[in-house]
Design a protein around this ligand. Structure first.
Ligand SMILES: [Zn+2]
Length: 220
């Protein structure tokens, strides 16, 4: 295997995805240590001030959405740099071990994309993150939510506009029974919380016992 990697490295040299520095071929995170050291991790558990009614019980975010992490999430979502999933997976897994009471979680539920966005992008970043956690902690990944209509991008909208933009947009799939389940919602970025809150509302109304949320990053 190492010979194979060495040969692959000659053809496709591994470089840090954010700064471009050459990496050892054994680096599977595709980020150099200097860039990894720049990640600003949050203190956890993390609750943000939120004046509206909140439907989730807890919220955790692994790091702050700035610098290296912001760049990585953009590359991952919009430039197809799926190789960064390894780095995200390690960050999420380490954080979850330390801070999240994963034992009491029944299902992991990714925030869904509308099918048009999904077919344009080819993947749902939140589902990939949830899948990593599902493997690491042997928890069921449940695609119980669907996004019924497309929405305009949340970035650039005010808090009020974001909330209106996602209102009523998420539905529970008819085939899933989430009654009395404790659900951990997974998303890439938490900004004002409109999306997570709307998903949580739908899950609670469908009978979930508790909804918690874990995101890779949150707004600074
Ligand atoms: Zn770097």
């Amino acid at each position: 295997l190492s010979l194979f990697l060495a040969l692959a490295d000659l053809i496709y040299p591994a470089v840090c995805q954010t700064c471009g520095v050459r990496l050892k071929f054994t680096n599977t995170k595709f980020l150099c240590q200097d860039c990894l050291d720049e990640v600003s991790y949050t203190q956890a558990p993390c609750f943000l001030s939120y004046e509206k009614k909140v439907y989730f019980d807890k919220l955790w975010s692994v790091c702050i959405y700035n610098g290296v992490v912001k760049k990585c999430i953009h590359l991952f979502k919009y430039k197809n740099r799926l190789c960064l999933l390894n780095a995200f997976e390690e960050m999420l897994t380490n954080f979850t071990k330390k801070f999240v009471d994963i034992e009491k979680i029944d299902w992991l539920a990714p925030v869904p994309l509308h099918r048009t966005t999904f077919s344009q992008r080819g993947f749902n970043q939140s589902r990939l993150l949830a899948k990593s956690l599902s493997k690491a902690f042997d928890k069921r990944l449940c695609n119980c939510l669907l996004k019924a209509r497309p929405t305009v991008s949340q970035s650039g909208l005010t808090k009020h506009q974001r909330s209106a933009n996602v209102k009523g947009v998420f539905k529970i799939k008819k085939t899933t029974n989430i009654k009395d389940k404790t659900i951990l919602l997974i998303d890439d970025v938490f900004t004002t919380g409109s999306t997570i809150n709307e998903c949580s509302k739908v899950l609670r109304r469908a009978g979930a016992r508790s909804v918690e949320a874990l995101t890779l990053a949150r707004g600074a």
